[in-house]
Design a binder for this molecule. Structure first.
Ligand code: SF4
Length: 588
């Protein structure tokens, strides 16, 4: 793992995953970068590895027995790791095992939201010189490096900038497996922290931790643009603006005095246009939105929405936390917005964001979050949620995704399981399914789909080998899954193998429950495989075989074959969809 014999620190990226802090690949989170930023500032030798690389290295060698290991830092950020396509966050069990394997006595620092959660549940792994950070892991590390002592520490505003900027040039980027090479860029997406906290800090939603952070602290547009420039210098191409509980209240006015602070269109425009000035930036997406702020301040919110549509890449999603449409749940939990406010915010976003952009996706759409298990909830709450969704759809309003989350345990009430499952099934069937068909209609072109796995929805170590990445696998039988870069991308399946870690454009050919199927645009008529022919709408198994054998016969007599010639000779119908997918190229 480490080539040189110089003493070094090991930074293990256990991936964070919060609504406002993405860090599971292809994302790289900001907290792990700040930790690397501290080591950069102190000019300390270190290595960065991801938890997935760690799992793979365990099979090969005992990485921790190395005598030149000075210390270890790990960010564990996903309290309850879900199902992921590209990387799986470190679990509590793995963290404990990792700690057990550490060479005796070396300093070890663990931080991140998962560590705080596990600690509250009683996780206290025994080991000398182990510290579980509950404030800022980066600042705590800095204190240790300066004083030799462990002490919970918070970073100052100056340190925030300094470590964010150092982190943008650190090994968390340059050694990240998803960065790729200048010739073959990877899908790495840089999550940047714009601010901390929520404007509802005085009386926020009862289930949320954000209000505990106090008055929001903003970073300036210049500071963020400066950081992103450094990241672009390190080879990054894609950025998501994270750490925003609400994109619209970035540097809002009246945060301390007003229930609904007034959005300020200028700073967010300065930030977004400033970022776009650098042509190296490709995909740019953003974080959450607060519907009540938008609804109560339509004019400035309209300005901000126009800026978002102008500067963000298409496919951008603003997640709205309604949580429940039931007024009693709203009241009991001090929720953020009511159905009236939600509807007016959705109408505004749809007005400007519905139009499709260059990659084939609506430019900006709202996402909607529900939470089950909140106090005051009853069976009726679910009918109210359903009525609201039906009403939104009857007006033709579009939502990119509906997220239904269950919360259980202390502070929450029991969920009526039958009603909850009925609600979920009804949403998936009557709302999600038609929405999927409207957002990704048959025949829609989607560009730059990045291919990630074969034959299953989890990326395996073998997927990085030439058996799966070599161009010779193109057209072989099997399945390929991929996604476009950005926030909440739709999963796209193709019924044949495409070399992984490549990108192509597709045509939508079908819909699953929460995914779509497609076929690549530009398949070469001279060498398309039977599986590729079969993936094209209007060509069944029999016709595909017929086309293959007819082409073989024609090519025995001539050098190449044209589209019209082949379909005529095979007596097969050449439709517009087929012409969209297949292309003719001169034989080499
Ligand atoms: S609006 Fe509510 S849920 Fe959203 S960040 Fe603020 S307190 Fe948390």
């Amino acid at each position: 793992m480490v080539e040189s014999n110089d003493p070094y620190w090991l930074v293990l990226d256990g991936y964070e995953d919060e609504p406002a802090a993405f860090g599971v690949p292809p994302y790289v989170g900001f907290h792990i970068r700040y930790v690397c930023g501290v080591l950069e500032q102190h000019q300390i030798n270190y290595e960065y590895i991801t938890i997935d690389q760690w799992r793979q290295s365990l099979d090969k060698m005992d990485v921790l027995s190395e005598s030149n290991l000075l210390g270890v830092i790990c960010i564990a950020g996903a309290v309850v790791p879900g199902r992921y396509l590209r990387g799986t966050p470190i679990s509590q069990r793995e963290s404990t095992e990792f700690i057990r394997q550490l060479p005796h006595g070396i300093p070890a620092l663990f931080g991140g939201w998962a560590v705080r959660g596990w600690k509250q549940q009683g996780w206290l792994p025994l080991r000398s010189n182990l510290f579980l950070a509950v404030q800022d892991t980066d600042a705590t590390l800095n204190t240790f490096l300066e004083t030799g002592k462990w002490k919970h520490t918070r970073r100052t505003a100056d340190e925030w900038t300094k470590w964010a900027h150092h982190g943008a040039q650190s090994k968390a980027i340059t050694q990240h497996p998803d960065l790729g090479t200048p010739e073959k860029k990877g899908p790495l997406t840089y999550e940047v922290e714009v601010y901390q906290g929520c404007v509802r800090y005085k009386q926020g939603c009862k289930f949320c931790i954000e209000p505990k952070k106090g008055v929001p602290i903003w970073r300036t547009p210049e500071d963020i643009i400066g950081e992103v420039k450094l990241a672009l210098d390190s080879g990054v191409q894609h950025v998501r603006l994270g750490g925003m509980t609400d994109t619209y209240t970035y540097m809002a006015e009246g945060v301390k005095e007003l229930e609904y602070p007034v959005p300020n269109p200028e700073p967010i425009a300065a930030l977004l246009h400033g970022l776009r000035e650098d042509e190296r930036l490709n995909i740019l997406h953003t974080d959450n939105g607060n519907p009540s702020i938008i609804a109560e301040n339509i004019e400035p919110s309209e300005e901000i929405t126009k800026t978002l549509v102008e500067t963000l890449s298409d496919g951008a999603v603003l997640s709205f936390g309604l949580e429940s449409a039931d007024p009693s749940v709203h009241e009991a939990n001090w929720l953020n917005c009511d159905p009236r406010q939600l509807k007016s915010a959705i109408q505004l976003i749809n007005k400007y964001g519905k139009e499709r952009g260059a990659r084939g996706l609506p430019k900006l759409l709202p996402g909607l979050n529900f939470i089950a298990g909140l106090n005051g909830e009853s069976r009726e709450s679910y009918s109210m949620n359903m009525d609201l969704l039906t009403d939104l759809r009857s007006e033709g309003l579009l939502l990119r995704r509906i997220n239904i989350r269950q919360v259980e345990g202390e502070g929450f009430q029991e969920i009526p399981h039958d009603t909850f499952h009925e609600f979920k099934a009804q949403v998936r069937e009557t709302i999600d399914r038609p929405l999927l068909k409207e957002l990704f209609p048959l025949g829609q072109r989607l560009s730059e789909v990045h291919w990630e796995t074969h034959d299953g929805r989890t990326r395996l170590p073998i997927h990085q080998t030439s058996t799966h990445t070599d161009k010779s696998v193109h057209g072989n039988s099997g399945l390929t899954f991929g996604r476009q870069i950005g926030a909440y991308p739709i999963l796209i399946g193709v019924p044949y193998h495409i070399p992984l870690d490549t990108s192509s454009d597709i045509l939508v050919t079908g819909h699953g429950a929460r995914s779509i199927t497609g076929v690549e645009i530009g398949l070469d008529i001279q060498n398309a495989s039977q599986k590729q022919f079969e993936a094209i709408p209007g060509i069944g198994k029999k016709t595909a075989w017929n086309l293959i054998s007819t082409r073989a016969k024609l090519l025995r007599k001539q050098n190449d074959v044209s589209l019209e010639e082949l379909f005529k000779a095979a007596n097969a119908e050449l439709t517009e969809a087929i012409k969209d997918v297949l292309c003719y190229s001169e034989p080499q």
